[in-house]
Design a protein around this ligand. Structure first.
Ligand SMILES: *Cc1c(COP(=O)(O)O)cnc(C)c1O
Length: 448
């Protein structure tokens, strides 16, 4: 294990926009289709600046560093027992984000966002959550900075997965099942369909409507956009120092991508060596679920990030904003699009992508639990699966490659999924080609 002393925690986030070979395509306004910023009433000004900044290093405010130090630096592990079980000459490392209070990487941005919102005088933040990982991270951050958090939680998850709701409420957040009676759009949907199970798209629309309606309220998003990826680079910057302690440089870095924030947080600090030409052979493998394979199957096109079409239009690999992925257990990977930064790097050929079925990922998760002891969340089970595949390839080839796993969190609230796997009830979902084809007919028209 490689521990970093808290006094050696990085003091700056790394901004990839300083080093991109070509700039990112602009965001477009949902109505005018003209280049736009994030809607200013919804986001703190500092976050809107970070979104488009091309400054290479952005200082982490002292107050944010202080909260980071309540769980950071996180540990870099060498997976000796997994290596031995696989009988591979490969060296496998993993950087583990499951030791944050909320159990994942998500507080890295939640804390920063709560800080800037507070600093600029707002008192309240709205957001949406599916299974509750993002909502719980923001609720924890709200408690740390004394900000009121209102979470619109997709109704099926609210009813089926009470534990994360209880976490959020314990941290002081107000949680309502979405669709709710608290917004116009929620009331309209409930009137037409009182039993509507909700969706992430509806929950986003409610959180946006709520924040637009009040002067004291901002809206917060947990992945996809540039400033979120920026905040997550603390993970990769720490890892660089720790890999140096281990006297190792990765040949392969592997991570899961839902909206792309945890993996970008790990690999962006490394990819600058590939862009500069110092490490041309570095491989970066993005792993997505077969049920929502945006990079591997989607077109690179402008699309809405949200179902209601209220937020700016993003250029990304997408399955269409009306596409609703099958209910795989890796809830954090059920998103129709992908972070524009990752899409841009994929387009430029700087990262690779692979899609995996869920049963095989849980098989890998169980192997990991029985060797390294950690119960892995369903999302990082995807990259553990690919890391094992690569380590076995090294065994065939007799190559001692260095593999780095971006491990985004623990699975203590996902034990029902493990139960399904262990009892043989877990199923794969085939790639829904027809549903995606249909959803892609609803892409917005944009000028060339
Ligand atoms: C939310 C989540 C993800 C997926 O989101 P990204 O923005 O792609 O990182 C992955 N792992 C865990 C543990 C999560 O909570």
């Amino acid at each position: 294990m490689y521990f970093l002393d808290p006094k050696d925690m990085p003091t700056h986030w790394y901004n990839i926009q300083a080093d991109l070979p070509e700039p990112l395509p602009p965001l477009l306004h949902p109505a005018t289709k003209e280049p736009t910023r994030l809607p200013p009433p919804l986001f703190a000004e500092a976050l809107n600046e970070q979104e488009f900044s091309t400054e290479r290093w952005i200082e982490i405010p002292e107050e944010v560093q202080a909260v980071y130090r309540t769980w950071r630096p996180t540990v870099l592990h060498r997976a000796y027992r997994l290596e031995k079980a696989l009988d591979t000459p490969a060296k496998i490392f993993f950087k583990y984000e499951g030791t944050s209070q909320a159990g994942s990487h998500k507080p890295n941005t939640a804390v920063a966002q709560a800080y800037y919102v507070k600093k600029e005088g707002a008192k309240r933040i709205t957001t949406e959550t599916g299974a509750g990982q993002w909502g719980s991270a923001l609720s924890m951050a709200g408690a740390m900075f004394g900000i009121e958090i209102k979470v619109y939680m997709v109704k099926v998850s609210y009813n089926q997965k009470p534990y994360r709701r209880i976490l959020m409420e314990t941290w002081g957040a107000k949680v309502v099942p979405s669709p709710s009676e608290d917004t116009e759009i929620g009331r309209k949907i409930l009137k037409e369909d009182p039993d509507c199970p909700g969706s992430l798209g509806i929950a986003i629309s409610e959180a946006l409507e709520d924040a637009f309606a009040r002067d004291d309220t901002k809206y917060s998003i947990g992945s996809v956009v540039n400033h979120v990826l920026l905040h997550q680079t603390i993970v990769g910057e720490e890892t660089r120092k720790q890999m140096e302690m281990a006297d190792a440089y990765p040949d392969i870095i592997v991570g899961n991508i839902g909206g792309g924030s945890n993996f970008a947080g790990q690999f962006l600090p490394w990819i600058r060596d590939k862009i500069s030409g110092a490490k041309p052979d570095l491989r970066i493998i993005c792993v997505e679920p077969m049920a929502a394979p945006s990079l591997t199957k989607g077109p690179y096109a402008y699309d809405f990030g949200d179902v209601a079409g209220l937020a700016p239009i993003l250029k990304m690999y997408t399955l269409g904003h009306t596409f609703i992925p099958s209910p795989i257990h890796a809830g954090g990977l059920r998103y129709h699009g992908m972070a524009p930064i990752i899409c841009h790097l994929y387009k430029l050929g700087l990262v690779e992508a692979r899609a995996e079925h869920q049963v095989a990922t849980f098989e890998a998760g169980v192997k990991f639990a029985r060797t390294e002891g950690i119960i892995t969340a369903p999302e990082p089970c995807h990259n553990v699966k690919v890391a094992i595949d690569e380590a076995l390839r090294c065994r065939e080839a007799g190559e001692a490659k260095i593999i780095l796993i971006a491990h985004s969190g623990h699975g203590h609230f996902d034990l029902a999924a493990y139960d399904e796997y262990l009892s043989g009830r877990l199923e794969d979902y085939e790639y829904p080609e027809e549903k995606v084809k249909e959803a892609l007919t609803h892409l917005p028209e944009v000028p060339d």
